[in-house]
Design a protein around this ligand. Structure first.
Ligand code: AMP
Length: 541
């Protein structure tokens, strides 16, 4: 027997309608390239999103067509986040930190028809512009300037009548947006998000017991709108009517701290490298900025070291919320909030849990496959994490060669090696390709990195496997010291020896001025492996 509820489609149009009806006066603020602030209201935003939909239709964009963006985070990008899917087209955000060859491949593979680009990014765009086949290039600039051969975003919007917008009948399973993974191996792969997936993901992100984003929040995603939809925050924030602040190209710690203070930001989100920099700045100038309204620094994308979580909490009264996700999971998968049963545990135990990647949000299921089937939830046994849920990719876009990333019974293989404890907290130990196998036993590079980054003199640390005659592989620590601080190899080894079994401690630690990064700001371990591929560590005993 079927239920007798309405067949109401879960689409982004319903989010826009709600924002229009309820939050008209709320503000959206953008830091412009010249560092000044642009402010407007949700009414302005919904009006302009509709204008964009009308303008794109006039250019010949039809439902299902891909519209790419090559942009920083700002209000026009938000207009595209909604204006493009609202008219049935697919928003394709391009990661501007990728290599021009990858960008060429991605635009051509997705068959983007229109591309929106920031005027300040035209020099970057010029590096692959001649190699892609888009029909229209639309330039975003507050003053409406656009070079010859391109269209001006502002002029297109001026010429469009928002009242001419007619919402198409969208199916909730229609594609709304698309991102390519910025993996460090192989070709980038496309993930096509449906309207339904984004709506449900927004609900899950807004839930109490999850990220709990609500109307009273002032949200600033540091994670760029070109990376995994800024973790869905623009969608979630618009659904609940939160004030939204976009940092534009200014992602340095001081600009962010100014934004937080000026706009009284309550929730912000980004990768650990951003927070490590921010923590150092705060440590140098404690008390300079008023961050009293900030309730959560959401950290994901790479492991948040426990030392960093403690540093923010103990020295600055700021709460880090650790979360895990992937481009393929829209991206929210797990959040590390403490179950009530942990409230009475000693502080050290609670920090240990907060440093784990956390428990799955409702509707996301997790399991981990080891060498002999699925591993027990004992917090000890390693396995590759598999996930499924309504906002988890079921396939990559036009990529039959990656079918092996999906199991026969319909789960997605993440490539993350994890343990899951009896309370359901998942902890990432490594990427499958980054695990270190020494003398037949696994060593977690992530655990060593986190511990190294907990040392007072260490700014950043990565641990990679280097070949070893006796043990096949041994860990090598690669460390960036904090400005003006010193530490010896022996001191750091001693620090690790206090925390790990003897055979986990790397014999060698190299000091470097910086660790190379991926397009998403994560440590690029493949570059380190290349750099140290002939490395001869002192033999382990
Ligand atoms: P991306 O699709 O670029 O967002 O990358 C997803 C990958 O980032 C995951 O498969 C993990 O390897 C890594 N990742 C994301 N969040 C975390 C986290 N909180 N801790 C450790 N690794 C993470």
């Amino acid at each position: 027997m079927k239920g007798s509820m309405m067949d109401y489609q879960l689409t982004l149009s319903s989010i826009v309608k709600r924002a229009e009806a309820l939050f008209g006066a709320k503000e959206i603020i953008t830091r412009l390239p010249d560092r000044s602030f642009h402010r407007y209201t949700y009414t302005d935003f919904t009006r302009r999103a509709k204008k964009l939909a009308v303008a794109l239709a006039k250019l010949g964009v039809r439902p299902g067509d891909r519209v790419a963006t090559f942009c920083w985070s700002h209000h026009q990008h938000l207009e595209a986040y909604f204006g493009v899917p609202m008219m049935g087209a697919v928003l394709h955000t391009l990661n501007l930190r990728l290599h021009p060859d990858d960008l060429t491949y991605i635009v051509n593979h997705a068959e983007d028809r229109v591309l929106l680009v920031d005027k300040v990014l035209l020099p970057l765009f010029a590096r692959f512009q001649d190699r892609i086949k888009v029909e229209h290039v639309v330039v975003i600039d507050e003053a409406g300037e656009a070079p010859e051969g391109t269209l001006s975003y502002e002029v297109l919007l001026d010429d469009a009548d928002e009242n001419a917008f007619q919402a198409p009948d969208l199916d909730e399973n229609d594609a709304a947006a698309m991102c390519y993974t910025s993996g460090t191996t192989g070709r980038p792969k496309g993930v096509l998000y449906s309207h339904r997936a984004i709506v449900l993901h927004s609900l899950a992100s807004a839930m109490a017991g999850s990220l709990a984003i609500q109307e009273s929040d002032v949200v600033l995603p540091v994670v760029p709108m070109f990376h995994a939809n800024a973790w869905g925050m623009p969608f979630t924030a618009t659904m609940v009517g939160a004030t939204q602040v976009f940092p534009g190209p200014h992602l340095d710690p001081v600009s962010l701290l100014e934004d937080y203070q000026q706009e009284q930001v309550t929730v912000t989100a980004g990768v650990p490298t951003i927070w490590l920099g921010l923590l150092q700045t705060l440590d140098k100038k404690p008390g300079t900025y008023d961050l009293s309204r900030m309730r959560a620094l959401i950290v994901g994308g790479s492991a948040a070291p426990e030392g960093m979580i403690r540093g923010f909490q103990e020295r600055h009264g700021l709460t880090v919320v650790h979360a895990w996700g992937m481009t393929e999971t829209t991206p929210l998968g797990t959040v590390s909030l403490l179950w009530s049963s942990l409230e009475s545990e000693p502080e050290d135990t609670r920090y240990k849990y907060r440093a784990k990647q956390g428990v799955p949000v409702p509707l996301v299921e997790i399991r981990a496959r080891g060498t002999d089937g699925y591993v027990p939830w004992d917090g000890k046994t390693y396995g590759e994490l598999e996930v499924r849920g309504p906002w988890v990719a079921g396939a990559y876009y036009n990529s039959p060669e990656s079918a092996d990333r999906f199991t026969e019974d319909g789960w997605f293989r993440t490539g993350d090696v994890v343990t899951i404890d009896p309370l359901g907290y998942m902890e990432i130990q490594d990427r499958t390709k980054d695990l270190i196998k020494s003398g037949g036993e696994w060593i977690s590079s992530v655990a060593l990195e986190n511990a190294l980054m907990g040392h007072p003199a260490v700014a950043e640390a990565a641990v990679i496997a280097v070949p070893d005659e006796r043990w096949q592989e041994r860990p090598l620590g690669v460390v960036v010291l904090k400005e003006g601080q010193a530490a010896t190899v022996e001191e750091l080894r001693g620090w690790l020896a206090d925390r790990f079994a003897k055979w986990w401690v790397p014999e060698a630690i190299e000091f470097v001025p910086e660790i190379p990064r991926t397009a998403a700001g994560k440590f690029l371990k493949s570059a380190l492996r290349e750099k140290f591929h002939n490395y001869q560590p002192p033999t382990a005993s």
